[in-house]
Design a protein. Structure first.
Length: 202
């Protein structure tokens, strides 16, 4: 049942990105084809997780706000799509260890280091969770820059806005011997900033 829902969701996403939102994927040579890995991206729209899930060749897990998982129908779908409950403001060790368990099963885990969507487009301070997951699992960090989803579905919008161009840029894998969780999370954010700088130069 879970695989059926997952691949149905991918099919619906394919239709969406073909006819509603033009999607460009850059840095395909940096996209892993298997885990374990931490897919780390900026967060500007509710569409971000969907876009990332569609752009990757393998099934992924990701953190979802716990209030979404309190809605029965939504919770069942998200569970089938690999969601891990996360207390957004104060992530618990239980949530992070559930993410660690996913990585130790050689799977990919999508993480947004800012913890919530940016309402201004400016980066928010990263949370230490990525550092914890990287140190404990030794999984490489794959930095990702998402552009355009904030136009397709801005923060606070109830409906999508067709025609907005979306681009997902994957950077080279990051490995570090750093042990400080916050510093690792900041390193990941720095790599995302580098991807944005390259995009602006082009």
């Amino acid at each position: 049942m879970e695989k059926f829902i997952y691949f149905t969701a991918r099919w619906l996403a394919a239709i969406t990105f073909r006819f509603i939102f033009p999607l460009t994927i850059e840095g395909k040579e940096n996209i892993p084809h298997k885990g374990p890995c931490l897919i780390v991206a900026n967060h500007i729209s509710f569409l971000d997780a969907i876009v990332l899930g569609f752009s990757l060749p393998m099934q992924v897990n990701y953190f979802a706000k716990d209030n979404l998982l309190n809605i029965f129908f939504v919770s069942r779908i998200l569970a089938c799509l690999g969601a891990i409950p996360l207390e957004r403001d104060t992530p618990s060790s239980m949530s992070l260890r559930a993410g660690l368990k996913v990585l130790k099963k050689n799977r990919a885990l999508v993480v947004f280091p800012e913890g919530t969507r940016s309402k201004t487009g400016k980066r928010l301070p990263p949370k230490p969770g990525i550092g914890f997951l990287h140190v404990k699992s030794k999984a490489p960090i794959i930095p990702v820059l998402i552009r355009g989803t904030d136009k397709a579905m801005p923060v606070g919008a109830r409906f999508i806005r067709p025609g907005s161009k979306i681009t997902v840029s994957y950077g080279p894998a990051l490995q570090t011997q750093e042990k400080d969780y916050i510093k690792i999370s900041q390193l990941a954010m720095d790599e995302i900033d580098k991807l944005e700088s390259l995009w602006k130069k082009n």
